[in-house]
Design a protein around this ligand. Structure first.
Ligand code: FES
Ligand code: FES
Length: 864
């Protein structure tokens, strides 16, 4: 195992084997870069996220905060060494429990979590929730799997029989079945395509989506069988998916192709289930190629909860055609181009879909075998770092590269697009970058600080400058809101604001670029939009789009924040200049300052109601954050809805649920205010005014489930709030309970979300998405907030930007309503939107105070 040792090396045991590394290396760098053990992940580099956790003599340590020299002579255990060595490759009880509970989404935090839990159980075989929360307080799961992680710890304790042996192998002899009726299926990790840069893999001469179907070498890539190609939807029909193709091998193995990506949300399992249903084959016989621009159909991107409605439908149609075509000539090479709408299997007749299935690949996540973008490597990859402006909009006036050029073993790259450094050694690249930074002078525009933001956004309207993606100003008028408001028995006006918040995926943005001898570049990156990124890279390099391949390997979370292709272009440019593969891996501060944020919002609402609790008059203006979710699900003859874009001082773009969270926060807070003002119970007020019967049905179901009592006696310091919303064809109702301490600490003590998104394809995935959305939304509701001075972010680190941790999370309950009679909608975003107003309304019940700004608290305390 020894590798790369030099005169200042040290030695220690890693997973029972002798290892050597330079003693000045961080332990994390030694494990990953020198020993090839990538189970320990880089999430922050400052000891604040736990992704890098390993055991040293059985104790959990943050390997990014220790030098290799500090573990000289000691015993280091990484997640790769936790299992076995049983003859059957048995998992450690903790790994087994995490897999059985489906306690991983993207899986990036999972190795660190597993190691911390293994250490906990070694010392405390049957921990309670408080002990679990304390042990995992330093770990971040940005996907919000905390409820499942807690369950997994209890399950691991049970599996291990209360006597785990810590760092050593501790396997359960009798595996228990998974969570209620959920099943594992499919290969352990069914990603199709090249796993590593430079590995031998199939590569067409030209991307399939840019070739005629007859010119695509399907059979060369896939072997004999039937290929069904569904082309893009007809012009004029908006759809994010450019069709699908499907291969059925003579042995029955089915490979579907979609341009969507799976960055942890597990749309993969649901899409496989849809194919399996239409073809009538076991889902374990269906694999998916996703997000590889050389072989997948074009796709606009994985956003807007469009995987089920767009890609799911395209794959279903191709599979349904394949079913009708298969019996004719099985086993031949046969290419069929199809279009139109075949008869699809109704959801009511589904046998596999509609039942819970755990994601394949969970075993790989818990053992550290899952290879993320940041784990991709081969010896000749160099590191690239890029000079960043000190503030948004800063323009480079002058750059003196002499000092940076003087560093040995580095290449300074200066192009019209970027200035950066490439080197074999990351520390050497960073040292040269520091000199490059010192040689730069900038023109920095004046810009506001967070305290001035509301006035700034009001005073800087724009025409919508987000690359046209969110459109320009929007105005909808129906009847006369002004007249209705004048005559309303009860009228309220209020302004709501939301702060900028960061997606903060645990894996920061990474791209690895490698050029082939024939002038084609391949970029491996965790993007949600591989095809638009292909176009961006081609434009940045002034090459043909045919000559760019973008591949999306396992990715440590996205949350709407990994759309832009800038990092891919950076890696490709640096690789071209270096003449070798280059990896660009943003640091956590870069992720905060160079990545994009959820837009801040200023929302003005005027609303009226009759004394009987009937809405009459609604005026709603969103400044800056966007129009999604601006439509009201309530009956309102007189309404005025407006979206006014503004010149944002910070870079902003997509974020999970985008503006729907802000717009629903404002609307559902105001609805609650009107309910109280008219003396109407908040649930009854909503039911009286809702125009959407499906949403009303969810509200009734949730109210019954929680035993909602109109006119219940208030309990001092305790509040329960409700909110609802309709977005992307999903219907959501959330109920929150809060307790306010004497010290003004606000504790959310319970969250329940009811959700209906048509026919449930994989209830397990939907549940996981709702739980994760509740956790993520709780952060934005309670404490997440980007702070900035003169547009420079001042809390761009996990030690200062607070994200939800396990101790922040109350019991999270999910109530699913299945509607097999309706088309399936997504579940990744809409469950976000009712959490913040439900908490705000609960705080009102507990305190009588209306809090109208997100985050609602100041680091968990009621504001003054
Ligand atoms: S704690 Fe080490 S990477 Fe975050
Ligand atoms: S599963 Fe925890 S960060 Fe994604």
């Amino acid at each position: 195992m020894a590798a790369g040792a030099d005169s200042a090396s040290c030695s220690f045991l890693v997973n029972g084997q002798h290892a050597e590394a330079p003693e000045a290396d961080t332990l994390l760098a030694a494990l990953r870069d020198r020993l090839g053990l990538t189970g320990a992940k880089l999430g922050c580099g400052e000891g604040a996220c736990g992704a890098c956790t390993v055991l040293v003599d059985g104790e959990p340590v943050r390997s990014c905060q220790r030098t290799a020299g500090s573990v000289t002579g000691r015993r280091v255990t990484t997640v790769e060494g936790l299992a076995g060595p049983g003859p059957d490759g048995s998992l450690h009880a903790v790994q087994q429990a995490f897999a059985l509970e489906g306690a991983a989404q993207c899986g990036y935090c999972t190795p660190g979590m597993v190691m911390s839990v293994a250490a906990l159980l070694a010392g405390e075989p049957e921990p309670g929730d408080a002990a679990i929360d304390a042990a995992l307080a330093g770990q971040i799961c940005r996907c919000g799997s905390y409820p499942r992680i807690r369950r997994a710890v209890h399950r691991a304790a049970a599996l291990a029989g209360g006597a785990p042996s810590g760092a050593g192998p501790s396997t359960a002899s009798t595996p228990e079945p998974g969570p209620a009726a959920a099943v594992h299926d499919g290969p352990d990790d069914d990603r199709w395509g090249p796993p590593l840069p430079g590995a031998v893999h199939y590569r067409p001469d030209r991307p399939w989506d840019l070739s005629e179907p007859a010119d695509r070498d399907y059979f060369g890539a896939l072997g004999d069988g039937l290929v069904v190609v569904l082309g893009p939807p007809p012009p004029g029909q908006w759809n994010t998916s450019g069709g699908s193709w499907l291969h059925v091998a003579p042995d029955g193995l089915v490979t579907g192709f979609t341009g969507k990506v799976d960055v942890g949300q597990d749309n993969r399992t649901a899409l496989r289930l849809l194919v399996a249903e239409e073809l009538g084959v076991p889902v374990a016989r269906v694999r998916l190629a996703m997000g590889d621009t050389d072989v997948c159909p074009f796709d606009m991107g994985t956003f807007g909860s469009r995987s089920m409605p767009d890609a799911g439908q395209a794959l279903r149609v191709a599979a349904a055609y394949a079913r009708t075509l298969l019996p004719a000539r099985p086993g031949e090479r046969r290419l069929e181009l199809v279009s139109g709408q075949p008869e699809l299997t109704p959801a009511a007749r589904w046998r596999q879909a509609g039942h819970p299935h755990l994601a394949p690949g969970t075993r790989a996540a818990v053992t550290g075998a899952r290879t993320f973008v940041s784990d991709l490597g081969r010896p000749d990859i160099w590191h690239g770092v890029v000079l960043r402006p000190p503030a948004p909009g800063a323009v480079l006036r002058d750059l003196d590269t002499a000092a940076a050029d003087g560093h040995e073993g580095v290449l300074v790259v200066r192009t019209p697009e970027l200035a950066g450094v490439v080197a074999a050694d990351l520390a050497a690249a960073q040292a040269a970058l520091a000199d490059l930074r010192a040689g730069a002078s900038w023109d920095i525009p004046s810009a506001p600080s967070d305290g001035d933001l509301t006035d700034f956004l009001r005073g800087h309207p724009s025409e919508g400058t987000q690359g046209g993606r969110w459109g320009g100003p929007f105005l909808h008028q129906q009847g006369s809101a002004a007249t209705a408001l004048e005559s309303a028995a009860v009228r309220r006006e209020a302004t709501y604001t939301t702060a900028y918040i960061a997606p903060a995926a645990l894996e920061t943005r990474v791209a690895v670029a490698a050029w082939d001898d024939d002038g084609r570049v391949t970029v491996w990156t965790g993007t949600q939009t591989p095809f638009p990124v292909r176009a961006q890279v081609a434009a940045a390099l002034a090459i043909n789009e045919h000559d760019v391949r973008v591949v999306v390997p396992a990715t440590g979370g996205g949350f709407g924040g990994k759309h832009a292709g800038g990092i891919s272009a950076e890696a490709a440019i640096l690789a071209r200049h270096a003449g070798r593969p280059v990896r660009v891996h943003w640091s956590r501060p870069e992720e905060f300052s160079t990545g994009t944020l959820r837009p801040a919002a200023v929302i003005d609402v005027s609303a009226g109601a009759g004394s009987d609790g009937t809405l009459s008059g609604w005026s709603f203006t969103n400044i800056n954050s966007g129009a999604p979710g601006i439509w009201t699900p309530y009956r309102l003859a007189d309404q005025r809805l407006e979206y006014q874009p503004a010149a944002s001082p910070l870079p902003q773009a997509s974020y999970r649920a985008l503006a729907a969270t802000a717009n629903n926060f404002a609307r559902e807070s105001m609805i609650d205010e009107l309910a109280h003002a008219t003396g109407t119970d908040p649930v009854q007020f909503r039911l009286r005014n809702l125009a959407d019967e499906r949403l009303a049905a969810v509200l009734r179901a949730v109210a019954e489930h929680v035993g909602w009592e109109a006119g219940r006696e208030p309990i001092p310091g305790v509040g329960v709030g409700v909110a609802c919303g309709l977005e992307k064809d999903g219907r959501v109702v959330s109920v929150a309970q809060v307790v306010i301490g004497r010290d003004r600490r606000v504790q959310v003590t319970g969250l329940i979300t009811g959700y209906e998104c048509g026919a449930l394809v994989n209830p397990e995935t939907v549940r996981g998405q709702i739980e994760g959305a509740a956790v993520m939304a709780l952060g934005g509701a309670m404490f997440e907030e980007i702070r900035f001075t003169d547009a420079m972010i001042t809390n761009g680190a996990f030690s200062s930007y607070r994200v939800p941790r396990i101790g922040d999370i109350p019991p999270v309950e999910v109530l699913l309503l299945d509607r097999p009679d309706l088309p399936s909608a997504g579940a990744g975003e809409t469950p976000m939107i009712a959490i913040a107003p439900a908490i705000a309304n609960a705080i009102f019940e507990a305190t009588g105070r209306r809090l109208r700004s997100l985050p609602l608290t100041r680091d968990g305390l009621l504001p003054d």
